[in-house]
Ligand binder design. Structure first.
Ligand SMILES: Cc1cc2nc3c(=O)[nH]c(=O)nc-3n(C[C@H](O)[C@H](O)[C@H](O)COP(=O)(O)OP(=O)(O)OC[C@H]3O[C@@H](n4cnc5c(N)ncnc54)[C@H](O)[C@@H]3O)c2cc1C
Length: 328
């Protein structure tokens, strides 16, 4: 593993996270460019079968231990630190989620190296690793020469398409044993978010409402449009904060990152914290009464109009078109 590129594979309750596949896709590119192997490191309990699914990597090193059953950062970091200290890879790519964010910072501390956060991309230039990082919620981008060995590079969601990192092939797997001391940190209870049965990340069409929707009652107008398009309703933070939609529907920095085929932003100004969570959508349509709203800078199609007035006729027009195509 010495000199190789590693990816910290993140599993949560028996499922590999989407961002792990994104990290594997990027890791593959970097490893190929350097001409070194790509290794995935997986920690958990009863994770052997999951290790076999990480086919984008040449090999998977996994640590199976009952103390790693829950995502306690101190324990996962202790396990990974032992693997890294022994195997000495060139870099470790870490998917940046609330599970592994804590792990990467502890790893950096344990190994005495720096962790580079919010990496959008990693390139090889003259044999050196260069990370492109976003700062201040995406307002600034910086190129950082990745320091230390291993360089710990924490990846922003969406660095590569997850599908590129899903490879249907069994990698070589190796179980390693580590010494772990129980942590005083205990997971007492896992509180499932109130989703209303909708997973925003799996929708092809999202109709997102912002403060411009004016009132809780008007959310029904967005729901009608979402129904006509076969999609779901999401919201900006003020809409969630006012309790008009559940937390699991929030798109953005402190919400969910989405990439639907179609994202319709209704009365959303386009603050960087919102854009961060939806900018990679296939087609972005914005309706806003202010022609200078920043959302129009990233929208593919824009309508300057009052959403509350426009929505009923827009929904009716889409329904009419659907009915016509059914009868055609
Ligand atoms: C640390 C941090 C994290 C954050 N995380 C998130 C996050 O995850 N998600 C998020 O969304 N925000 C987040 N925010 C908040 C973010 O900065 C913005 O305040 C928020 O996105 C604004 O929401 P909005 O566009 O709905 O409201 P506003 O900015 O108030 O915009 C309302 C828009 O509606 C338009 N409008 C008004 N009336 C009408 C009408 N009748 N018809 C059409 N258009 C109309 C206005 O022209 C305006 O452009 C975060 C902020 C911080 C500091």
């Amino acid at each position: 593993m010495k000199g190789s590129i590693c990816v910290l594979a993140e599993q949560w309750r028996g499922r590999i996270s989407e961002t792990t596949y994104e990290a594997l896709a990027l890791g593959r590119e970097v490893a190929d460019e350097l001409g070194v192997p790509l290794t995935a490191i997986l920690t958990g309990w009863n994770v052997r079968d999951l290790a076999l699914t990480l086919g984008a990597a040449d090999s998977v090193v996994y640590v199976d231990h009952p103390l790693l059953a829950e995502a306690i950062p101190q324990l996962w970091a202790a396990a990974v630190t032992q693997v890294l200290a022994e195997r000495r890879p060139r870099a470790l790519l870490v998917p940046l989620t609330n599970v592994s964010l804590g792990v990467s910072t502890l790893l950096a501390m344990d190994l005495g190296v720096a962790a580079v956060n919010f990496c959008k991309d990693v390139k090889v230039a003259d044999g050196q690793l260069r990370a492109l990082c976003v700062m201040y919620g995406g307002k600034i981008e910086a190129t950082v020469e990745a320091p230390g060995e291993p360089a710990i590079l924490c990846l922003w969601p969406g660095a590569r398409p997850a599908d590129k990192g899903r490879v249907d092939r069994s990698p070589a797997i190796e179980q390693v044993t580590v010494t772990l001391q129980d942590s005083p940190v205990r997971l007492k209870r896992y509180i499932e978010p109130e989703t209303g049965g909708v997973d925003l990340t799996r929708q092809d069409v999202l109709v997102a409402v912002g403060r411009g929707i004016q009132s809780r009652d008007n959310i029904a107008l967005a729901e009608d449009l979402a129904k006509a398009l076969g999609g779901a309703v999401a919201g900006s933070r003020p809409v969630i904060d006012q309790g008009w939609l559940p937390l699991a529907r929030q798109v953005g920095k402190s919400g969910i990152t989405v990439k639907p085929k179609l994202y319709i932003a209704l009365g959303i100004s386009g603050a960087p914290e919102h854009i961060e969570g939806m900018k990679d959508s296939g087609v972005i349509v914005a309706i806003n009464s202010d022609a200078r709203a920043p959302i129009f800078n990233i929208a593919h199609y824009g309508i300057v109009a009052d959403v509350v007035e426009t929505l009923p006729s827009l929904t009716a027009a889409i329904e009419a078109k659907r009915t016509a195509s059914h009868h055609a």
